[in-house]
Design a protein around this ligand. Structure first.
Ligand code: HEC
Ligand code: HEC
Ligand code: HEC
Ligand code: HEC
Ligand code: HEC
Ligand code: HEC
Ligand code: HEC
Ligand code: HEC
Length: 498
């Protein structure tokens, strides 16, 4: 708030002059006509609060015209972004988005108005109901619910400590910046810096709604063209554990996109593959945008059949059922939808064969490395060869690298046509981690347990390990049969379940 100091008074006068200078003839006439009013305004302790809406903004609500007239000077960048947006042309102003009721958790008194700084999906839903309800049922909306995950132990305990209002700075600047914070309002109505600014995808807002539309539709331009660009998704979907952006960039899709970016018509209203552009589908093309058979969806999981991020991949409906989410559409339906995307540019056989390649790849990862690895880790914990504390044993880090980093990279590479990720950053690393670290570390743990008198447990783990190493997948490692030699385990076909 402005108080009456001399410097402030002069500042206010300068602002008034700038305002007058910038509104031209009409403005000057207005200023002359209202000079008594202006004098009065200048004489009050807070002259800026008496902003009169600028000419040219009359088509807005009176409230919004007032906000805009002052913020045009106070925050020119923000004002210009909004001025260039569809919202401006549709007469949607500051107040339509920022207005609040006095009882709202994050309501603040601002000039003559009650507003909130946060504009949640619930606020957008006044005008965009469909997008908000689709978003609300997506995995994006639950992005902040990562408490209790293994990764969370890392951020809170292993890497972190609760230094910022009870939160670990690693969570605040890391996890929550992608996943979303639980936004807290302090008793004075301001937002807790441990939780805001934040535009993580599944942010929990003070009004209880989930998500931040600004995660993809950056304020204040809210442009669809930008949301369709792969870099928008790449803000979160990148790095050692989910390199979708890097995979995309090395795929033929990414290459043709960047080579033909000028011909992509990113701002077109319907933006259909095969009509508005003919090369380089982006993340949005495949996961969100419309085509001849499908409407736009804000549920990014709608066209996905596999869960490619858990230690062991399962069909997406099976995974949801385990988590108690009912009525998830079947993976087959989802896959059919994704194929309609491919069929805008590729033949049916092409898309069908692509999915056979993907299923075989995921099945190989699951059966050869993930299931055996998970089984051994579980048994070792049960038998006391590993402590219950996470990440205090080297083997726990080894296993985490195997599935959470390398195993995901491999699967994401195969799903989105990045051969370098499928192989060199993927399965090559998985195999190296399994044979050169996991197996020796398990053997070491068995010996240690034997010396410590845990004979039963050691024997059980040794038997399980030997059974796995003697299976068709792994016996090459024992020198029993050379790799690849008629090694065609029967379950590859039966698990593909296409
Ligand atoms: C008379 C000038 C004036 C008017 C009218 C005005 N604002 Fe502001 N507003 C400001 C100033 C100054 C700030 C502080 C800027 C800063 O902190 O850099 C501000 C801050 C804000 C903030 C950020 C608050 C925070 O804590 O981060 C929002 C949101 C906002 N205004 C929205 C609005 C809306 C919506 C309206 C109309 C209903 C409006 N303003 C009307 C001058 C004004
Ligand atoms: C379409 C809805 C919409 C409109 C219109 C809109 N805003 Fe916002 N505004 C948002 C969203 C979303 C945020 C992000 C806040 C959050 O949720 O974290 C935001 C944030 C802000 C912030 C604080 C964040 C920052 O970057 O400093 C200010 C100040 C602000 N808006 C002012 C305005 C003003 C002034 C106008 C009119 C010129 C305006 N807004 C129009 C949706 C809107
Ligand atoms: C008061 C109604 C209203 C509110 C509130 C509102 N919008 Fe809009 N929005 C519109 C209208 C009207 C259009 C223009 C539609 C058109 O041009 O076809 C639009 C267009 C859009 C577009 C398309 C922009 C483009 O480049 O084509 C996006 C994205 C969008 N809004 C997002 C949001 C988000 C996110 C929020 C909340 C932060 C929000 N809107 C709040 C009315 C609203
Ligand atoms: C750069 C952004 C980013 C950061 C930082 C980040 N994540 Fe993630 N996280 C993601 C994305 C994107 C996914 C989804 C990956 C996928 O689908 O392949 C994800 C997936 C997850 C999952 C799996 C969710 C599921 O439904 O299976 C968990 C749990 C998780 N993250 C927790 C964390 C924790 C805890 C931290 C901090 C230690 C963290 N993440 C840091 C972006 C991030
Ligand atoms: C994961 C990124 C992402 C998030 C988060 C997101 N959107 Fe979108 N949105 C898009 C993309 C991409 C498009 C363009 C779709 C297309 O190609 O037509 C879009 C389009 C839109 C449009 C234009 C009309 C339409 O359906 O094509 C509106 C309105 C819109 N979004 C509103 C919202 C609202 C409201 C939210 C918050 C609940 C939101 N969006 C969250 C990516 C996102
Ligand atoms: C602000 C961070 C962020 C942005 C931006 C973002 N995502 Fe995500 N996305 C996530 C996180 C986190 C998850 C994992 C959520 C979970 O399962 O808990 C995820 C999950 C997904 C999933 C898996 C959904 C499922 O049902 O399994 C898809 C597909 C996806 N995102 C696509 C996109 C696309 C396409 C864009 C860009 C248009 C995008 N995302 C932008 C953070 C983000
Ligand atoms: C040519 C289409 C296409 C493009 C382009 C594309 N994807 Fe995918 N995406 C797929 C397919 C196919 C799958 C696997 C589908 C299945 O499970 O059936 C997938 C899976 C995913 C998943 C799920 C991973 C998991 O852990 O479960 C995420 C997240 C994702 N994509 C994000 C992105 C992002 C971000 C981009 C852009 C950088 C992108 N996609 C580009 C087709 C595409
Ligand atoms: C907007 C058009 C478009 C869409 C949609 C599209 N692609 Fe492509 N795709 C291309 C182009 C262009 C190429 C590059 C062809 C070349 O390099 O000769 C390509 C290449 C490929 C390749 C490599 C082909 C090869 O010969 O090595 C695969 C695999 C692929 N796409 C799979 C898919 C899948 C799966 C989908 C659906 C999930 C899909 N594409 C959707 C345009 C598209």
């Amino acid at each position: 708030m402005m108080v009456g100091g001399k410097g402030r008074w002069v500042g206010g006068l300068v602002l008034l002059l700038i305002l007058l200078g910038s509104i031209g003839e009409q403005g000057r006439a207005w200023a002359a006509g209202e000079s008594a009013e202006n004098k009065k305004a200048v004489a009050t302790p807070d002259p800026e609060d008496k902003i009169t809406p600028l000419r040219g903004l009359e088509h807005l609500s009176r409230e919004s015209a007032t906000c805009a007239s002052c913020h045009r000077e106070k925050s020119p960048g923000l004002y210009q972004q909004w001025g260039a947006s569809r919202h401006f042309t549709a007469n949607v102003g500051c107040y339509e988005c920022h207005k609040a009721e006095p009882g709202d958790a994050d309501a603040i008194k601002h000039k003559d108005f009650t507003i909130s700084t946060i504009v949640s999906p619930k606020d957008c839903a006044t005008c965009h109901k469909r997008e908000v309800s689709e978003f609300d049922r997506s995995h994006h909306a639950t992005g902040a619910q990562i408490l209790g995950s293994l990764d969370n132990v890392l951020a809170e305990v292993v890497e972190g400590a609760p230094l910022l209002n009870g939160q670990s700075p690693v969570v605040v600047s890391g996890c929550a910046s992608c996943h979303g914070a639980f936004v807290k309002v302090r008793s004075d109505g301001t937002l807790d810096p441990a939780t805001w600014p934040n535009s993580g995808i599944g942010r929990i807002n003070p009004d209880g709604s989930k998500g931040s539309c600004a995660a993809c539709h950056m304020r204040h331009s809210f442009s669809v063209a930008q949301a369709r660009h792969p870099n928008t998704c790449g803000r979160c979907h990148l790095g050692p554990d989910h390199p979708q952006k890097e995979v995309y960039e090395e795929s033929q899709h990414g290459i043709t996109f960047f080579a033909n970016q000028g011909a992509m018509n990113l701002g077109s209203a319907k933006w259909m593959p095969g009509e508005d552009y003919i090369t380089g589908p982006t993340c949005a093309t495949c996961h969100i945008s419309a085509n001849r058979d499908l409407p736009v969806t804000h549920d990014v999981g709608e066209r996905i059949s596999w869960d490619l991020r858990s230690p062991i991949s399962v069909r997406i409906d099976e995974r949801d059922a385990k988590k108690g989410r009912e009525n998830t559409r079947s993976w087959l339906e989802r896959r059919k939808d994704m194929k309609t995307v491919c069929n805008s540019c590729h033949s049916r056989t092409f898309a069908d064969n692509f999915y056979e390649q993907l299923d075989a790849f995921v099945t190989l990862y699951n059966e050869k490395f993930a299931k055996p690895g998970a089984k051994l880790m579980k048994l070792m914990t049960e038998e006391g060869l590993l402590t219950k504390t996470q990440f205090d044993d080297k083997l726990e880090w080894t296993w985490f690298y195997l599935w959470h980093h390398e195993g995901r990279r491999a699967r994401h590479g195969a799903a989105m046509n990045g051969p370098d990720y499928a192989h060199w950053h993927g399965m090559f690393e998985v195999a190296n981690r399994f044979y050169m670290e996991m197996v020796p570390e398990i053997r070491e743990a068995i010996e240690k347990a034997e010396h410590a008198g845990k004979k039963d447990g050691a024997a059980k783990v040794r038997a399980a390990l030997e059974e796995i190493l003697n299976s068709d997948y792994h016996k090459w490692f024992l020198g029993v049969k050379s790799q690849g030699q008629d090694a065609k385990p029967a379950d590859v076909k039966s698990h593909a379940g296409k």
